[in-house]
Write a new protein. Structure first.
Length: 351
């Protein structure tokens, strides 16, 4: 997310919500600022990036050393996990969590997105900014636009043929479909190059091409063609599954603003559409801090290690205002999301 978009997502204390709720967010923002939770954690991110880079290097070195062996395919697992860590760093760079310098943040995003993952930083930022501005809004949030999956029964009502079959069974198909997410991100990134400015297109395109060349050179230079293809499919499937498991619990099955109804203010728009995931350090690590989704949406530029520190403030503030603050376990979050998708497809199954 650009700094301008981050500023939009974190309104000033003078921003009005709706009617009498105009000051709902302002006291919380003051409390969070008062505890220094919006200040940068440059050292923490420097260590995180360095450790991730070292581990990626170790896995790549392991692939080269083991060579053309079936054992090399086992390294697809840690490589997928470390690629997901890179995606989380790119996500944080886009939100200006790592640095307040726009150019430095863009370089970090390009390196972790385009070069390491083959995923366009500009495409992701554009899509993710619109999601943060209007989460779960069927007309404005690209994450709930009818595509392979649909998220309202109104969207489902017009599905026919193969798409109708997908909608009828989308709850069962969700996790299998996430196995394709890694490849889908690359395809969307290449397609988005046409939308970008000429200058941006050159930088993004060169880095995407460098990723493709380096990735394929590593696989086919280390493994026989058959093993290389298997490694690619396994790695991309696990990478997509990891990302899907990290993003799916956040909003699926939560409130969806009525496009024709009363407009929610910033606090309610972000809290009522987001779901937090309980857990300890392992959950925080596995989900890349996105398990504090409520806090992240309220304060998108807040450094990842501060999200858990802001949680008690946000929870107490919501309790004082009588606003539902949703938090559940990891398994139950998937159950709720899948139950919602199953409900959406119910009219087609009955028909």
């Amino acid at each position: 997310m650009s700094q301008a978009a981050a500023a939009l997502a974190e309104p000033s204390p003078t921003t009005k919500d709706t009617g009498a709720r105009g000051s709902e967010f302002a006291p919380l923002l003051r409390a969070v600022k008062g505890q220094g939770l919006l200040e940068r954690r440059t050292g923490w991110y420097a260590r995180t990036i360095a450790v991730n880079a070292a581990l990626l290097g170790a896995v790549i070195a392991g692939m080269v050393l083991v060579g053309d062996s079936w054992w090399t395919l086992l390294l697809a697992v840690p490589l997928a996990v470390l690629c997901a860590r890179s995606a989380f760093v790119g996500h944080d760079a886009g939100h200006a969590q790592i640095t307040g310098n726009r150019d430095t943040g863009r370089v970090l995003g390009l390196l972790h997105g385009n070069l390491l993952l083959g995923m366009s930083y500009a495409w992701w930022n554009d899509k993710h900014n619109r999601h943060h501005a209007n989460p779960n809004h069927v007309d404005k949030d690209p994450d709930v636009v009818a595509d392979v999956l649909v998220f309202t029964q109104r969207q489902a009502a017009v599905r026919t043929g193969f798409r109708g079959w997908l909608t009828r069974h989308q709850a069962w198909l969700f996790f299998p479909l996430t196995l394709l997410e890694g490849l889908a991100l690359k395809i969307s990134s290449v397609r988005d190059l046409r939308r970008q400015s000429p200058r941006e297109r050159v930088a993004e395109g060169v880095l995407l091409a460098a990723h493709a060349y380096g990735y394929l050179w590593l696989l086919f230079g280390t493994l026989s063609p058959g093993k290389a293809v298997l490694f690619l499919l396994l790695h991309q499937a696990l990478f997509g599954l990891h990302l899907g498991m990290s993003f799916a619990p956040n909003h699926k099955g939560m409130d969806m603003p009525d496009p024709d109804g009363e407009s929610w203010g910033h606090l309610r728009r972000q809290v009522l559409t987001s779901r937090n995931i309980r857990g300890g350090l392992v959950t925080d690590w596995f989900l890349g801090g996105l398990n504090y989704q409520v806090e992240h949406h309220l304060f998108p530029s807040m450094p990842r290690p501060h999200l858990r520190l802001a949680q008690p403030l946000v929870r107490a503030h919501c309790r004082d205002l009588g606003i539902t603050y949703t938090e559940t376990g990891l398994v139950d979050s998937y159950r709720q999301a899948l139950r919602h998708m199953h409900h959406v497809g119910e009219p087609l199954r009955e028909a």
